[in-house]
Design a protein around this ligand. Structure first.
Ligand SMILES: NC(=O)c1ccc[n+]([C@@H]2O[C@H](COP(=O)([O-])OP(=O)(O)OC[C@H]3O[C@@H](n4cnc5c(N)ncnc54)[C@H](O)[C@@H]3O)[C@@H](O)[C@H]2O)c1
Length: 441
């Protein structure tokens, strides 16, 4: 069923949103403080240059589905749903400038004061997590004297369009994220996006706000990564295109969800060694690769987060479950858990360690030698039995998924702090233990 929608802010996002929603059969009223943009849209011309938009604006304006006004009050009273896509630029220090958003909240709130019917507001501008709940809703409640969730609803629905292909991106988004307080408040927005053929996810507004930033940060990371790889390939006189093409062909480990689950630091015999070798070679070539060079410090920082979380408990007796760099291997080379154990010993902790695959009795060959030569002080802290470590610890650190969860649960004492570094799958989380936390979940 068509809806009547107002769109506040007729820039790149707002103009495309307004025209596309009108093309879908909705009655759309654009609103802007810029008289020129309003006049253009209202007379059937696109306020921005974007492929396909000019024609779409003209057709829908002629069909009386797309108009524009500077009168925010009239726009709120004549529509059921309002999109907000005003600019949220950076201030000089990088802080987000919310003045446009606050101004819209004032205007929309003042209009809601005199509107009897329920109204839904959809924030489409990119704003930091918490903005909808802590800035937008209070501003609207103040200006309207009404209550969110009772008289009006506010949802956050991030926009994923890219300039240059904005119309196509609107109709074929990677996914649609509907952020709202509950299913009932999201319902009118869900209905408005019912045409979408790609997945729709419903979540709370803050998570929806965060996902937009995660996407953009990841896109920036990908561009930076590709460019640094390209730069070193060029210096080495390699065919960058071939390297990049073959790299992306791996959809199991490279272009995939692999390694993208927040958990503990990376380690092992390859990743740190190979990163160091590559960045050292770049230095020899007089190339600065700040992104690749930042990975080892970033990893170290993650280990320090675990150290801080453990020391915060102000208990000396610490138990570490897991020591090798991943379950099922006894390889201790560059294991982040070995670094963690060393740091804890340095801080004066009374440490006991258990790892299913690592115990001095079982160790063979190079790893036995490694413990004896490199970390003899850790070797003497290894226990054959996880129970001995659990019983010893005031703070228990879960560094491996290779634990018997039921046995662990049965032995945990209520006052024991449990720090889960490996982010056990939700269903396996020991959520009924009160002093249970992670370092990045
Ligand atoms: N441009 C993109 O590709 C893109 C993509 C996704 C998300 N976003 C986000 O969407 C938001 C809008 O981006 P944009 O590029 O369309 O911005 P823009 O600067 O092109 O347009 C913003 C519009 O808002 C209007 N405006 C400001 N205050 C207003 C008010 N009180 N009432 C009505 N209109 C008002 C301005 O006059 C302007 O026309 C930003 O938060 C941006 O980060 C942009």
């Amino acid at each position: 069923m068509p809806h009547s929608v107002s769109v506040f802010g007729l820039g790149y996002v707002g103009s495309v949103t307004a025209a596309c929603l009108a093309k879908l059969g909705n009655k759309v009223l654009g609103v802007d403080v810029n008289a020129a943009k309003v006049e253009m849209l209202d007379s059937g011309r696109s306020p921005i240059l974007e492929p396909e938009l000019e024609e779409m604006v003209r057709e829908n304006n002629r069909a009386c589905r797309l108009h524009a006004t500077m009168d925010a009050n009239a726009a709120i009273h004549s529509t059921e749903i309002s999109f907000v896509s005003v600019g949220t630029p950076s201030q000089r220090n990088g802080k987000l400038d919310l003045r446009g958003m606050q101004h819209v909240c004032q205007e929309v709130g003042a209009a809601l004061k005199t509107k009897k019917a329920y109204h839904t507001i959809v924030i489409r501008s990119t704003v930091l997590p918490g903005t909808t709940e802590r800035v937008v809703i209070p501003a609207l409640e103040n200006a309207s004297g009404k209550k969110a969730g009772v008289d009006f609803a506010v949802c956050f629905v991030p926009e994923f369009l890219r300039e240059g292909s904005a119309v196509r991106d609107f109709f074929e988004p990677p996914f649609t994220i509907l952020g709202g307080a509950n299913s009932k408040e999201i319902a009118p927005v869900r209905d408005l996006f019912a045409w979408a053929t790609t997945p729709i996810y419903e979540t709370n507004p803050s998570s929806a706000e965060m996902i937009k930033y995660v996407c953009n940060a990841f896109h920036a990371l990908k561009v930076g990564f590709a460019n640094e790889i390209g730069a070193i390939c060029k210096e080495l006189r390699l065919d960058t295109e071939t390297v990049a093409k073959i790299f992306v062909a791996d959809t199991r480990l490279n272009i995939s969800p692999a390694y993208l689950k927040p958990g503990f630091a990376f380690g092992g015999s390859c990743l740190p060694k190979d990163l160091r070798a590559l960045t050292y070679q770049a230095k020899e070539l007089d190339l600065r690769l700040p992104l690749l060079e930042s990975l080892m410090p970033s990893n170290q920082e993650h280990i320090e987060r675990a150290v801080s979380a453990i020391l915060q408990a102000k208990k000396r007796k610490v138990g570490l479950l897991g020591l090798s760099f991943k379950p099922g291997t006894d390889d201790l080379r560059e294991s982040p858990l070995v670094h963690l154990a060393k740091r804890l010993l340095g801080e004066g902790c009374d440490l006991k360690i258990w790892d299913q695959s690592v115990s001095l009795g079982q160790l063979i060959g190079s790893n036995r030698q490694f413990i004896q030569d490199e970390i003899p002080h850790l070797g003497s802290l290894l226990c054959d039995d996880a129970s001995a470590v659990i019983q010893h610890a005031d703070v228990l650190v879960l560094g491996t998924k290779a634990v018997d969860k039921d046995s662990l649960m049965a032995q945990l004492r209520p006052e024991q702090k449990l720090l889960d570094l490996v982010n056990l799958e939700k269903g396996h989380r020991l959520s009924n233990h009160s002093a249970y936390e992670g370092i990045c979940w």
